[in-house]
Design a protein around this ligand. Structure first.
Ligand SMILES: [Zn+2]
Length: 326
């Protein structure tokens, strides 16, 4: 190698060293490639994967939806076919989907305890707050015949009507649909559920009486179509009951019965299965009325009680808002 050539190589090496010296302190250290420090580590065995533990059985529970209001109802979800209690007394049975409907009295306390009683002594309960209602009082003038049956024939008719209703109210049909009600007819609301009504006789031939209005009145003209508020089974379709006039008693399942009254025409028959919205008949002014309107009642029956006197009328306007818990 010539001297000039050697000088050139040295110059290049100096330049490389100088450039390396320019690198700031933050530059990463070059990897140590010297064989002395290389250690071939034994491969670490993968951690032993254990199978996950069996998931715990689903917890037995009950959850309830709202709105819970006096004269309304609560829809609760628990295991299918479970017995359900209200404040310690059996009141309903959950259906195949685990849904149970519990009617609340018009004077229900501010909080109720809903219990689920499963197999093998399994139990769960939930406390539900109940909204209070404020109902008014109203006065009606009526003929004695409309306040209570007076003649022998009317007394007989009222008794036969009562027996017909009592017989069918002890029958329970399986629910055909989830609880989701629609109004049987559109129209202005007149008398509301829960109003205390005093019936004042027009003549002096009888005593007056007081009762609580147990449904929602909708002011519609005679001949207006009445539709099924939910799918159900017709328990009783009668053109001429003493108080109700032309009426359809429709079993909606879960202990709930819809009753549409004062109809001028009944278009279904006892035993029929109807879909939600299906025509039941036409409105009118039959039975005990002061004018044409639809009276819509919803009765809740306790599946565990043979005493139909413990059944309660619920507020249809509250039940229209009923929702199942998520
Ligand atoms: Zn009414």
């Amino acid at each position: 190698m010539e001297a000039a050539e050697r000088q050139g190589i040295v110059g290049v090496l100096v330049a490389i060293v100088l450039l390396a010296g320019c690198a700031g302190p933050s530059a990463p250290a070059p990897p140590d490639m010297s064989g002395a420090s290389a250690v071939v580590a034994e491969p670490t065995p993968p951690p032993l994967i254990e199978p996950p533990p069996e998931p715990p059985p689903p917890e037995f529970a009950i959850v309830c939806g709202g709105p819970a209001k006096q004269g309304g109802a609560i829809l609760c979800r628990t295991a299918p076919n479970t017995d359900v209690s209200l404040d310690g007394k059996l009141i309903a049975k959950a259906d195949e989907d685990g849904l149970a409907l519990i009617g609340l009295r018009r004077d229900a306390p501010a909080a109720v305890e809903v219990g689920a009683h499963g197999p093998d002594g399994k139990g769960a309960s939930v406390s539900v707050e109940v909204l209070a209602r404020t109902d008014t009082v109203s006065k009606f003038e009526m003929s004695c015949k409309n306040i209570a049956p007076q003649s022998k024939e009317d007394k007989h008719k009222a008794e036969v009507s009562w027996l017909k209703k009592d017989k069918v109210m002890s029958l329970f049909s399986a629910p055909l649909a989830p609880v989701a009600l629609i109004k049987p007819a559109e129209g202005p609301y007149s008398s509301a559920y829960g109003v205390t009504r005093t019936y004042v006789p027009k003549t002096k031939d009888c005593e007056g009486s007081t009762s609580v209005h147990n449904g929602q009145d909708i002011a519609i003209a005679t001949g207006t179509e009445i539709h099924a508020p939910m799918a159900g089974t017709v328990l009783l379709a009668d053109p001429d009951l003493y108080y109700e006039g032309g009426a359809v008693f429709l079993d909606l399942g879960r202990g709930l019965v819809s009753v549409t009254m004062h109809m001028s025409k009944v278009e279904v028959q006892t035993g029929d299965t109807v879909a939600q919205g299906q025509l039941l008949g036409l409105s009118g002014a039959t039975g005990r009325v002061t004018g044409p309107h639809l009276h819509w009642g919803l009765k809740f029956r306790n599946v565990f009680s043979d005493d139909r006197g413990t059944d309660i009328w619920l507020d249809p306007m509250v039940l229209l808002e009923l929702k199942a818990p998520d």
